[in-house]
Design a protein around this ligand. Structure first.
Ligand code: FHN
Length: 472
């Protein structure tokens, strides 16, 4: 008996090891990528955050149908005019590539249920329901193949406000516009699981899963070549049964990576997904993670949101995330006509210019092994028994002096990625770096330092839990 248990134990350990190894293989490109583009696009771009002259009071513009309680027929009527004649997927992919991004995740279907692709599962798709009448994802997949860009699909598996039976996260009327019938509408949504239109309830959730979500995900995983990522979102009312049906489809793409939003907590997927925030050092537990973030305050295009993050913030975020071993999935919300907002284009270009000089400090790096310090961030790479450390300086020192406490490895070389040498010496139980008076880049300058041997990682403990999706 003892012998049997030992063999069973050995076998299961080996199985676990094999699973982990194959996960490592699948995750290889993703762990090296560090930077991707999120795209939130759909017919909601037609409203751009304005309903009958009212600025949507809360939430991203992609939520306008729910927040403003737009009736199904009215929403679909306007969608008939959706005609993004300036859509140029080749240009989109080039912009992502030039920004230094290695993958794109696009909303194939957001919570309004509108499919950006051709499907027989529902008429609520770009081919059947809009003036445009053509699959939007096919040419994007072709452009991604052309430029060696990985492509992943976001799919709202549970929430669907147009396909009957889809779940709804209940929001109050006042979060949309000051509708005089607010009290009546809120009472209705309370009694109807968040739904505001009887059209949404002519089918059960299980029927919706079987008749819409499952066949649509099957279409996505069959008709677009390699799909790098399936990005689930908001597991509102998800059941194990539904999650298992969707998960089973993933075998159509054996190398696919999935996130942790299919159903909580028992379908953890491959990646954690902190939203609009960068985890603190104490929340890191060795699991793969990706921060998704908007460039202004909205995922979908919102004409009146002008709170754009500065290029400096975006670059610092990217570096901060890489220094903690995560990926940055930065969002663009294209306009109704298919173009990117100019503010997004400008920022992508500026980040790309920085990446041109400094990408080495981002791609294929590992988290910082040294204790956090105030003047910047560190990423690392191991090579031939030695370690390369990249110190990205956010606050260039007026006196030309930087200090890394605790780093005692013998120093092999030190230089600036922008060109030019710096002097690094071991001193006072750490490493002292003497830099030129002027920063090569006012936003962030990278010092590359090679040291002998491994650098012991002092940042391993996860004391706090990482918070991920916003609505779960
Ligand atoms: O409700 C969505 C939201 O519109 C957006 O798609 C984000 C992106 O992570 N996810 C949900 C909120 O967690």
């Amino acid at each position: 008996m003892k012998k049997f248990l030992l063999i069973a134990c050995l076998f299961s350990t080996q199985l676990l090891f094999a699973q982990e190894t194959s996960k490592d293989k699948r995750m290889e490109w993703w762990r090296e990528a560090r930077f991707g583009m999120f795209i939130h696009w759909g017919v909601y771009a037609q409203w751009a955050g304005v309903y009958h002259g009212h600025q949507q009071a809360h939430g991203g513009a992609e939520w306008i149908m729910n927040r403003c309680k737009i009736p199904v027929a009215e929403y679909q009527q306007r969608a008939k005019e959706f005609n993004p004649v300036k859509y140029d997927p080749d240009a989109w992919v080039r912009m992502a590539k030039e920004a230094g991004m290695k993958y794109i995740i696009i909303t194939s279907k957001h919570h309004d249920g509108f499919a950006l692709f051709d499907t027989k599962a529902s008429k609520w798709n770009v081919v059947d329901a809009t003036a445009y009448g053509k699959d939007l994802l096919k040419p994007l997949a072709a452009a991604c193949r052309k430029y060696g860009m990985k492509l992943g699909f976001y799919y709202s598996q549970a929430q669907d406000w147009n396909n009957p039976g889809g779940a709804v996260s209940r929001k109050l009327m006042r979060e949309g516009w000051p509708n005089p019938d607010s009290a009546k509408i809120d009472a209705y949504t309370l009694a109807h699981n968040g739904h505001w239109d009887p059209e949404q309830e002519t089918r059960s959730f299980d029927q919706y899963i079987d008749q819409v979500a499952v066949p649509e995900v099957k279409d996505l995983l069959t008709n677009y070549g390699d799909v790098a990522v399936l990005w689930w979102d908001t597991p509102t009312h998800m059941t194990d049964e539904a999650a298992l049906k969707l998960q089973a489809l993933l075998k159509l793409q054996p190398n696919i990576i999935t996130n942790d939003r299919l159903k909580r907590p028992n379908f953890p997927g491959d990646t954690k997904t902190p939203e609009q925030k960068i985890p603190t050092q104490s929340q890191l537990d060795g699991k793969d993670w990706e921060t998704c973030m908007t460039m202004n305050g909205s995922w979908g295009y919102k004409s009146w949101d002008h709170k754009w993050k500065s290029t400096e913030t975006l670059i610092h975020n990217l570096v901060d995330i890489a220094s903690k071993g995560g990926n940055y999935l930065l969002n663009v919300g294209p306009k109704e006509d298919g173009t990117f907002p100019q503010e997004s284009i400008d920022r992508l270009k500026a980040v790309g210019a920085w990446m041109k000089t400094n990408h080495e400090a981002i791609y294929a790096t590992k988290a910082s092994p040294v204790a956090p310090f105030s003047w910047g961030r560190c990423t690392s790479k191991e090579a031939k028994n030695n370690t390369t450390l990249y110190f990205t300086v956010f606050d260039w020192p007026a006196d030309g002096k930087l200090f890394v406490p605790g780093l005692k490895n013998e120093i092999i070389s030190a230089k600036l990625l922008a060109g030019g040498n710096v002097k690094a010496t071991s001193a006072n139980g750490g490493m002292a770096i003497k830099v030129p008076a002027k920063a090569p880049d006012v936003i962030a300058s990278v010092i590359k330092i090679e040291v002998k041997g491994e650098v012991a990682n002092v940042n391993l403990v996860a004391k706090d839990k990482m918070k991920t999706g916003e609505l779960d």
